[in-house]
Structure formats: C-alpha cells, structure tokens
Design a protein around this ligand. Structure first.
Ligand code: PBG
Length: 358
C-alpha cells in the first residue's frame, strides 16, 4: 500500500482549488484585432473562424463589448489597401493612417483600455517583409530601424499605451526608446517582440493582413525554432535597450523558451498564441474533435504555467464570455465552488472515524 498518495489533494473541487498553482483570468488577456478602411465593414477571415477585419466604426462597437467583458487590452493590426503599399512602407508613417486613426478613436471613447500598436513594416510593404530591401535582396537592418523609430512616434502621438516592435531588427528597441524619449513620450511603453521565431504558424495572420511574402522567407531576421539559448540573448538585449515587457512568440510550442526567460529576467513576459495556434484548435473544434472552451483554457493555462504574465490570444473574447456567463469562477478559471453538479462528491458520506463510534 502506498503511504504517499498525491490523489488526496485531488479529492474534490474544494481541495483542487486550494492546491491549484496557476490561474488564468480575463485580466491576463490581450485581444488582437484587424482593421480595414471603410464604413460598416466586417470581413470574414477564412483561416481564422470567428475573427474579422473591421472598419473603425465596427471596431468601436467591438471594443465597447470587450470593455463590458473586462478585457484589459487590445493589439491592433492593419489590413492596408494594396494601392497604399510600397517597397518603402511610406504609409506606415502617415499620421492619419488606419492605425493612428483607430487608436485615436478608441482612446477617445474608451480611455482606460490599454492599446498596443504594432511597430513593423510588413503590413505596409509591397513585398511583405518587415524591412527595407536592398538591391541585392537583403533586408536592411539600420535603414529599417530608422523608419521604425519614426513609426513608433506616429503611434505614440495617436495615443497608444504601448508600441510593440515586432520586426526582429537589431537595436530596434533602443532606437524606438530614444525617439520616444526625445519627443516627450517617456510615458509610452515598449512591448518588445524580443523572441520571435520564423514560424509557419503566422500564415492565417498573413491572410488577415494581406502580408504574404512576395519572395523569400523571414529567416534572416526571425529566429530558428531550433534555438533556445539565442532566445535568452535576444530577451536580455531588449531588456538592456529599455523594453518594458518581453514577448515570446509563438507560445504553445515554445513553452521551454518562456520558462527559461522567466528565470533570467524580472520583466513581465507576454506570450502570443498566434494565428496558426488559434486556427489549429478552431479546425478541430469545427470538426467536433475538441471542446472549444476546454482546448483554449488548457492551452492558455499552460502558457501561464510556463511563466507568461499575459497572453495575446484570438480566443480572448471567448474566454472572457465564459467567465462572464458564470461557466467559470469570475476571478479565475478555478472550479465553481460549491459545485452545482459535483454529485459524486456530494453523495460521499463523511468518513466515520473509529473513535467516534465508541
Ligand atoms: C509581423 C507580425 C506577424 C505576426 C504579428 N506581427 C507575422 C509575421 O511575422 O509574418 C503574427 C501573429 C499571428 O500569427 O497571429 N510583424
């Protein structure tokens, strides 16, 4: 007979809640949203069921709902009209561009919502790369960083709480920090996509934004999924350069990376459950092979367990709705206690102690 029985700590929901080490709540979630030009537009993205490209008026309606669900933050990505794209991403610096206008509109009506604006050129370049390309076909680092710093200023000026350089250029965080501080935006934070792998899981995102590559791949700037030590190097570099939050992306296949970085920095860590991760789960859900709520909750919980403080996820609204509707404890994903349908445990008689019968 075993003396040590770990199952004692799993006996009922009261005990399971007491010993539970990790929780997820709506307050941990950041909802990425895609914006398009126009009025009253809501475009389906086939590879991302339940996620849409929204015109600004529709986006504001959505944001209103997100606020009632207590979702604390939104990350904005533009689907730029192809006629506004060029090899130099000129439109990224337009103070009246789609994203600056979106940020202003959101901040005007919902000032408390945290708005995170992506700093990268790929939605704006005709070739889909995150940088300026030389005649030899090389993605130029320093020329790109210079533009990114200007882009960050435009986004800060519009009212973004965080700018999020996601381009993987060397020195991008320092360049953005310097530009922001020089112009009096010392209160605007940098959420650095420090550890971004050259993953196949961004494909649905590129459908959404319309940023599929015209040529090549992103392996000369995004990281090799084989590498873990390099991730630490990237994270610590961004910390030195003034990042306020470190990002690891994708999330679920890179939990070891999150875990290692957690041990090495005291900065908050965010993880991005990317479009491909969302699409994989949704495809299984649509086939009836996985339970939607359980699949998302489990994956998000595990991302937190690995060490992420916050998660970018396209499932943010689904999860927030679960909490709101009382399917889960309001504050976290702990089991509802007392249980409503835990008949097995309710039926269990209190143990009879031998001494009591004397
Ligand atoms: C581009 C960017 C990408 C994502 C966020 N910012 C894609 C890419 O690098 O091609 C992907 C997010 C997702 O897949 O959900 N700077």
């Amino acid at each position: 007979m075993p003396i040590i029985r770990p199952r004692r700590n799993r006996k009922n929901s009261a005990i399971r809640n007491l010993v539970q080490e990790t929780q997820i709540s709506t307050a941990d979630l950041i909802y990425p949203q895609f914006v398009i030009e126009g009025q009253d537009k809501r475009e389906v993205i086939a590879s991302m069921p339940g996620i849409y490209r929204l015109s600004i008026d529709k986006l504001l309606k959505e944001v209103e709902e997100l606020c009632t669900l207590n979702i604390p933050a939104i990350a904005l990505f533009p689907a730029i009209c192809p006629t506004n794209k060029c090899s130099h991403a000129q439109e990224a610096l337009n103070p009246d561009g789609l994203i600056p206008r979106s940020v202003r509109a959101i901040k005007q009506s919902f000032p408390h919502l945290c708005v995170i604006a992506d700093v990268a050129l790929d939605p704006y370049t005709s070739h889909g790369h995150d940088g300026i390309i030389s005649a030899a076909g090389e993605v130029l680092n320093d020329a790109t960083t210079e533009i990114l710093a200007k882009m960050a200023l435009v986004l800060a000026e519009a009212g973004s709480d965080f700018v999020a350089p996601s381009d993987m250029m060397d020195g991008n965080v320092a360049a953005v920090r310097r530009a922001l501080d020089l112009e009096g935006f010392d209160h605007v934070g940098i959420l650095a996509y420090s550890v971004k792998y050259a993953s196949c899981l961004y494909s649905p995102f590129r459908d959404a934004v319309g940023s599929h590559l015209a040529m090549g791949d992103k392996k000369s700037y995004q990281m090799d999924p084989a590498n873990q030590r390099e991730a630490l190097r990237e994270a610590l570099l961004d910390q030195e350069q003034g990042a306020d939050i470190i990002m690891v992306k994708p999330a679920l296949a890179f939990l070891d990376v999150i875990c290692k970085i957690r041990e090495q920095t005291s900065l908050p860590i965010s993880a991005y459950q990317v479009s491909g991760e969302y699409a994989m789960i949704m495809a299984a859900v649509q086939n009836g092979w996985l339970d939607e709520s359980k699949a998302f909750l489990e994956s998000l919980l595990c991302i937190k367990r690995a060490g992420a403080d916050m998660i970018f996820t396209y499932a943010a609204k689904k999860i927030a709705l679960l909490f709101k509707n009382g399917a889960l404890d309001l504050q976290s994903q702990k089991e509802i206690y007392p249980p409503n349908s835990d008949s097995l445990h309710r039926a269990t008689k209190p143990p009879i102690h031998k001494s009591a019968s004397v």
